[in-house]
Write a protein of this length. Structure first.
Length: 188
């Protein structure tokens, strides 16, 4: 099962269209999750997760931890906001620090980083951007995926102006190609 995560609040927007196209290209069973629906609280940096094995906040992230661990591959999508990820996506990234303290996966090289339950999992990254900032948002997302030691199969920064990316055949084709790479990484 491939999990798609969308960090845009606009369900008719471009990021979701890109994530959907990657999932389509992958052609496997998939689930698209809109982070906006999960009511994800901010990481407070308390590090209670490191001592208690889970985050004290009970919200949409609670079920998402399990889905991230159980899925075969992940498509991460965020719009570009000021050359960065959206606040929604940043909260998701920050809260996923608790994954390292659930006692699952390989040990991190630095002990205080806990464990790496998503290590080796194939991942694709997409970002929708009006004009400038694709490189920096992709670098931020790639750094997150690298921290988790996931296997990044590819990335796509889709510059679409204020247009609907669904009308841009070349970009949509690139997103589907990314999905094919994801499927290949899964050995299918
Ligand atoms: C708060 C905010 C900041 C943005 N910053 C940038 C930016 O730095 N560079 C850019 O090209 N577009 C920027 N945009 C435009 C969005 O990246 C673009 O419209 C994108 O398609 C939004 O994704 P969505 O369609 O999935 O909502 C920004 C939009 C918002 C709302």
């Amino acid at each position: 099962m491939i999990l798609g995560l969308c960090g845009s609040g606009r369900k008719e927007g471009n990021t979701g269209a890109l994530v959907e196209a990657v999932l389509q290209g992958a052609g496997s069973q998939s689930e698209l999750i809109w982070l906006i629906d999960l009511n994800i609280g901010y990481c407070t940096g308390c590090m209670r997760c490191a001592f208690e094995g889970t985050c004290w906040q009970q919200d949409g992230m609670t079920a998402l931890y399990r889905k991230l661990i159980d899925c075969d591959a992940i498509v991460f999508g965020s719009p570009c906001y000021y050359g960065n990820v959206s606040g929604l996506f940043k909260s998701f990234m920050d809260r996923s620090i608790a994954l390292g303290y659930m006692g699952i996966g390989k040990e991190a090289e630095i002990a205080m980083h806990g464990r790496k339950p998503l290590a080796g999992k194939p991942a694709a990254i997409v970002s929708a951007v009006a004009g400038h900032g694709a490189d920096s948002v992709l670098a931020i997302m790639e750094s997150y995926v690298g921290y988790g030691e996931m296997n990044i199969v590819g990335k796509l920064g889709a510059v679409a102006g204020m247009d609907d990316v669904r009308d841009k055949k070349e970009i949509m084709g690139q997103a589907r190609e990314l999905g094919i790479k994801l499927r290949q990484a899964l050995g299918k």
